[in-house]
Design a protein around this ligand. Structure first.
Ligand SMILES: *Cc1c(COP(=O)(O)O)cnc(C)c1O
Length: 437
């Protein structure tokens, strides 16, 4: 039998860090990454035959659980008809229709292959449509790995961004301004400084890549109002939250009720049902700036790939109201039990939760986490031991304290009870953790 260790040793010779995406390497929790070979419902099985309750869900796409029969069947049927034609085809129209039914503000849609490509295209489109150069983003919000969005906060509030990665130059980030999340005065200062040069604000609909950080009441609406007032666009990044938090994403739990709509949305993860698809969508008059109707270039050999469309269509068609109700209920149960176990073990923490997405932050009970500085200041060292105690009991959590926990329609009571049963020992491990371990 191949072991996880053997496979990771070989992988580490063949691939940088042994992985194709960094968090998979267990860098922040330590230990040997687990290599999965199959997934069914709420469970994953690794190369050693060990089964885990999965709380990663392929980082979001697995809304219905792994290997949902109707999704697999739709993918097999599409694959049997050909893997792709590089032409127009009916299923891209069907998926676009499904998206617009759920999110009417997605008047027009351009399919792409990854969330990174969706936000990169949205930024180019915003600059092209407004003729302006500055983009505002929030520290700790992740929008994929395109150069201009890998910017870190500079020193002063309204200073231009510094490169957030080696290989990204100051030239590539000097038109990105990075400010703290939930900071209205900072947003106002940016507009006071750059006024009519601001093309767009891009924000995660609700941040979930620095752990979950709820927008303070009215914050998104404030962003909508200030961008409108200054003729800038609002790009609502729903790559993680889209079709997950509600059937209409986080917009369905905020803008729809409060009566506002962003100019552009980006979608990913759930929209592809586990295959590579994402999208940029929004106001028709803006979307028509994209080629071929307009001068903003975007193209993709695999954009709207029919097999990926089939997975997305089947996922959205089976994600009805009862799916969201179920995931909300199970997420609440797990979050409540997680908190109770930590309280019993005497571990100071806050549960960071928005709808069915949540994460835990350690040492933050007095204030919670409202921005990236607070997320970074937490007692992150408690997470590694917590994670490994869960793993040893057959529960696969995100291997970083800065990632959300994902439940699915397949997390039935039996799966949830397995998670709950593992919590006390993990909470003890978190209690005993020290900064050196
Ligand atoms: C995952 C994610 C992205 C990037 O999507 P990829 O498909 O990994 O390129 C962008 N924005 C948000 C909010 C995400 O969660």
């Amino acid at each position: 039998m191949t072991t996880n260790q053997q496979l990771f040793d070989t992988a580490s010779e063949l691939m940088p860090g042994g992985v194709n995406s960094p968090v998979r390497a267990f860098g922040s929790v330590g230990g040997t990454p687990v290599s999965m070979v199959s997934g069914e419902g709420a469970y994953l099985t690794d190369v050693e035959g060990t089964e885990y309750v999965d709380l990663v869900g392929s980082w979001g796409p697995a809304l219905l659980g792994h290997s949902h029969p109707q999704v697999i069947e739709a993918v097999q049927r599409a694959a049997g008809a050909g893997l792709g034609f590089g032409t127009s085809h009916p299923s891209e129209v069907r998926l676009a229709e499904l998206v617009r039914q759920r999110v009417p503000g997605a008047e027009q849609i351009r399919m792409v292959s990854t969330g990174t490509e969706a936000t990169m295209t949205a930024i180019r489109l915003a600059r092209g449509a407004t003729g302006r150069r500055i983009v505002v983003k929030f520290a700790g919000c992740y929008h994929g790995h395109s150069d201009g969005l890998l910017a870190a906060a500079g020193s002063g509030v309204a200073t231009l961004g510094l490169p957030g990665s080696a290989g990204v130059t100051e030239l590539q980030t000097k038109e990105t301004v990075v400010i703290e999340y939930n900071d209205r005065p900072a947003v106002e200062e940016v507009f006071a400084t750059y006024g009519d040069d601001v093309a767009a604000i891009i924000t995660e609909a609700t941040p979930a890549n620095m752990g979950v950080v709820p927008p303070e009441p009215g914050f998104n609406q404030f962003l909508r109002e200030i961008t409108t007032r200054h003729g800038a666009l609002m790009i609502f990044d729903e790559v993680m939250t889209g079709f997950r938090i509600t059937e209409a994403g986080y917009w369905g739990a905020s803008g729809r009720e409060e009566g506002w709509t962003p100019d552009l949305f980006t979608f990913g993860k759930v929209i592809g049902g586990g295959l590579p698809t994402a999208a940029v969508a929004g106001r028709q008059d803006i979307m028509e700036h994209l080629a071929p109707t307009g001068p903003v270039y975007h193209a993709g050999t695999l954009s709207g790939n029919p097999v990926a469309m089939a997975a997305g269509i089947a996922t959205l068609e089976h994600a009805g109201a009862e799916v969201y109700r179920h995931i909300d209920t199970q997420a609440q149960r797990v979050a409540d039990e997680l908190s109770a176990a930590l309280v019993r073990a005497g571990v100071d923490h806050s549960i960071q939760k928005v709808g069915n997405l949540f994460s835990v932050a350690f040492g933050t009970s007095t204030t919670g986490v409202r921005n990236y500085s607070a997320a970074q200041a937490q007692e992150a060292f408690r997470y590694g031991p917590f994670f490994h105690a869960m793993l040893a009991q057959g529960v696969y959590l995100p291997p970083s304290v800065f990632e959300a926990w994902f439940l699915s329609a397949a997390h039935d009571d039996a799966a949830v009870e397995r998670i709950i049963a593992a919590l006390p020992r993990a909470a003890e491990a978190a209690a005993q953790a020290s900064p050196q371990t």
